[in-house]
Design a protein around this ligand. Structure first.
Ligand code: F6R
Length: 367
């Protein structure tokens, strides 16, 4: 049942290239130039009328929604807010019939997300669910569903569900951009082509991940560490931090790289591990200067970046894990994978129950 893998989590990490292909299949037209989402009831007229988008989810699905916000805002220039479902409901969010609410849920049964969906509908919003379970309560109650086709996810720590949620956001963002005419056809084609390369790029990464295992064994005896990044790198940092916490029980915090010096830098001391995501060219220099700030305080830094930055970064960091080149918006679909493996191997090194971490359940049906 675990397909030769020691744990469901490792199996599911390795299923991600397939999940990417399955989630994209049939949703890109034969010319490779357009996204088609025939399942959507949302009309072009409704899309043209959208004034704001609210993405609502919990945990890992919320982190996918943070990337989704960047994707939609950059591609479509519609204002997007991403909220944790248990907060969203109680802040009386401003929802109108021109609001599109996107709920994201692997299981489709998360109580807070379901309640947020119902509330948004009651306020007249159109609700789109991105879910991995088509027969779920959330899929049934939503006006529209984009199914992620990751297959059943058994490990409590979500991996392939998260990355296929990212693929769903890329597809939906491109679809909105086409309908609203906010991207040139060339730009759309370029993104689609880069998306189609992701599965193979990921396969290559999974074959060459031994250094992550060694690094995980090195951090396994630490009690605190930090993840830093900017833009979508910060969104991925938050997911990396959650993954590590839930299965290795190592305390970590994800910080926007530029925010450290406003307080948290006080916690950086000799030998503390810091994992820096450095994939966004537009803020590369700024992130490097934040890395130098922590390096100067003696942090032990591991950077996740592109091959062409490795040699310069090695002047300020201790280790580097290189990811294949892709477009800036698409990097989360690759850069999160070393963090999933890091959490996995750190959990293993600590002798924890990887697939069934203490205190946690796969589906959270209480509010
Ligand atoms: C983390 C994890 C949880 C879930 C969260 C939402 O690895 O699995 O944070 O992401 O409980 O669950 P779904 O997506 O089923 O709504």
């Amino acid at each position: 049942e675990k397909g030769g893998f020691e744990h469901f989590m490792l199996k599911e990490i390795h299923e991600q290239p397939k999940a990417y292909r399955d989630t994209m299949r049939g949703r890109i037209d034969a010319t490779g130039k357009r996204v088609i989402l025939p399942e959507l009831k949302l009309t072009h007229e409704q899309i043209l009328n959208i004034r704001n988008i609210q993405i609502v989810a919990c945990g890992t699905a919320y982190h996918a929604g943070l990337v989704g916000r960047n994707v939609i805002e950059q591609l479509v220039r519609i204002p997007v807010e991403t909220d944790v479902a248990s907060e969203y409901r109680y802040r009386s969010p401003i929802v109108t019939p021109e609001t599109l609410v996107i709920v994201v849920s692997q299981s489709g049964e998360t109580a807070d997300t379901l309640a947020a969906l119902r509330e948004a509908k009651a306020n007249g919003a159109h609700v789109l669910a991105i879910t991995n379970v088509v027969g779920s309560s959330i899929a049934r109650d939503a006006d529209d569903v984009i199914a992620t086709l990751a297959g059943p996810e058994i490990a409590v720590a979500s991996t392939k569900a998260y990355t296929s949620q990212l693929i769903a956001f890329y597809l939906f963002g491109l679809y909105l951009a086409e309908v609203r005419g906010t991207q040139t056809p060339e730009a759309v084609t370029e993104i689609i082509q880069a998306m189609q390369e992701l599965p193979e790029q990921l396969e290559g990464m999974l074959e060459n991940s031994d250094s992550i295992k060694a690094y995980a064994e090195q951090i396994a005896h630490h009690e605190h560490l930090f993840f830093i990044g900017r833009g979508v790198d910060f969104a991925v940092a938050q997911e990396g931090s959650l993954k590590l916490k839930e299965i290795s029980y190592i305390h970590s915090e994800a910080y926007p790289a530029g925010e450290l010096k406003h307080g948290t830098l006080a916690l950086i001391e000799e030998g503390i591990p810091v994992i820096a995501l450095v994939t966004q060219e537009s803020v590369y220099e700024k992130t490097v200067s934040n890395i130098k700030e922590v390096n100067a305080r003696g942090a032990d830094i591991m950077a996740i970046t592109y091959e062409d930055h490795v040699s310069t970064l090695l002047k300020s960091v201790d280790q580097v894990f290189a990811i294949p080149k892709t477009l800036p918006l698409l990097t989360p679909a690759l850069s999160v994978v070393p963090l999933q493996l890091l959490a996995y191997y750190a959990s293993l090194a600590r002798g924890n129950d990887v697939d069934k971490p203490r205190n946690l359940a796969k589906s959270v049906t209480v509010e």
